[in-house]
Ligand binder design. Structure first.
Ligand code: FAD
Length: 376
């Protein structure tokens, strides 16, 4: 039977980044993912915000052109509010290439990545799989997404507030459109969130997300109806891919670590409750998770784990969680029209620009969280 220092379950961005950082610290790391290929089953649009592009080293060739314009539409789709930044705010990545890049980085650091291997449970350090022999792991990292099975098995917190999102993505004729992010606030198609078209001049992503309980006709039907006349939509010039999945919006979970393992990415609830963006948080929190896990495995001192404490981070989420409740409360087209009207004024535009172009959608995993070891 194989023994590893760390088993990472899930080869999404959170799992691959954490595996790379742990392997770089000299640990023996194995990553297992049920997907047979990293270009299959993609669950994200792949919009990276400026702050992530500034702070993390994503190769330019994996990213589409910069986007500076956001248009916010009411349910009537008339007279959108246009916000224009003086710098590139968003770039949409080729996610299959991003995962491949992250996998190569993890492997170059010494991690082993196994695909087509489903995590099936653990007891006393012995981890069972479907598709591979069991392994003994000193520590398990749950990077297995919003509905993490590892979180349950470790007895850690699990996500309870989830949106569900779905989109279609396809190439468009280059040079025929102006890059823009079109956001539609309409509770009939996206209850509690938005419908979107993001067009970077190369590809268009058309999607909807919202609370599943309020999507009576089902998300696929809503997406197809929205896509028919979504603002900013261009005709496909190549294959149309479908993506989708759950999005945790309840904020970072409180109990994220125990002596047997910890959680990263969506499994940890590391998603901005307001914008539902999770790519920046999953990279940011993985840095701290890897530092804490490596320290714990080196010293054997369980008090080290208190540095990876979601309670400390949640305190900085209060405003965002409140705004999420406001967002969720927009339940009728009339309320959505009124909300977009409110954004037309100076104060509304400032608030919208702060949310859409500001650096604060997910707080820094700063000194308080990474601070000195507290007594257990
Ligand atoms: C439709 C949609 C669009 C989005 N768009 C954006 C966006 O544009 N920008 C942004 O910042 N955020 C976006 N998000 C959120 C963002 O994509 C996620 O927060 C982020 O990708 C989470 O990464 P992760 O590595 O934690 O999880 P995931 O990428 O979900 O990876 C989890 C991995 O675990 C594997 N796994 C699960 N169970 C098992 C098991 N039992 N055994 C083995 N492997 C397992 C899965 O196969 C998967 O590869 C979007 C989400 C959705 C649903």
């Amino acid at each position: 039977m194989q023994t590893v220092d760390v088993l990472v379950v899930g080869a999404g961005l959170a799992g691959l980044h954490t595996a790379r950082l742990l392997a770089r610290r000299g640990l023996d790391v194995m990553v297992a993912d049920r997907r047979r290929s990293l270009s299959a089953g993609i669950r994200t649009t792949g919009i990276f915000v400026r702050r992530t592009l500034d702070d993390f080293d994503l190769p330019d060739e994996l990213l589409g052109p910069g986007i500076r314009d956001v248009l916010l539409y009411p349910p009537s789709r008339r007279s959108p509010v246009r916000l224009t930044s003086d710098r590139d705010e968003y770039r949409v990545a080729d996610m299959a290439a991003v995962y491949e890049h992250a996998r190569r980085a993890a492997e170059s650091a010494g991690a082993r990545v196994l695909l087509g291997v489903r995590y099936d449970g653990m007891s006393a350090g012995l981890v069972r799989f479907v598709g591979a022999e069991p392994v003994t792991a000193r520590f398990v990292v749950g990077a297995d997404g919003a509905r993490s099975r590892v979180a349950r098995d470790l007895g850690l917190d699990v996500n309870r507030r989830l949106l569900v999102g779905a989109e279609i993505v396809h190439p468009i004729a280059p040079g025929t459109t102006a890059p823009a992010f079109h956001c539609v606030l309409d509770p009939r198609v996206a209850p509690g969130y938005l419908g979107w078209v993001i067009d970077d001049g190369w590809h268009a992503h058309v999607g909807v997300a919202g609370y599943p309980g309020a999507m009576r006709t089902g998300i696929r039907h809503l997406l197809d109806a929205f896509a028919q006349d979504a603002p900013g939509r261009s005709a496909p010039t190549g294959p149309v891919e479908r993506r989708g999945g759950p999005i945790p919006v309840g904020g970072v979970l409180r109990r994220l670590a125990c002596p047997a393992g910890l959680l990263v990415g969506d499994a940890a609830g590391a998603v901005s409750p307001l914008t539902a963006g999770g790519l920046d948080p999953c990279l940011r929190m993985s840095e701290l998770a890897a530092a804490v896990a490596a320290d714990y495995l080196r010293t054997g001192d369980a008090r080290v784990l208190s540095r990876y404490d979601g309670r400390a981070l949640r305190a900085r989420f209060r405003g965002r969680l409140l705004l999420r409740r406001v967002f969720a409360g927009i339940r009728s087209p009339a309320a959505a029209e009124a909300a977009v009207t409110a954004l037309r004024g100076r104060a509304g535009r400032t608030l919208a620009a702060r949310i859409l172009f500001g650096d604060g959608s997910f707080p820094d995993v700063g000194p308080r969280l990474a601070g000195p070891v507290r007594s257990a």
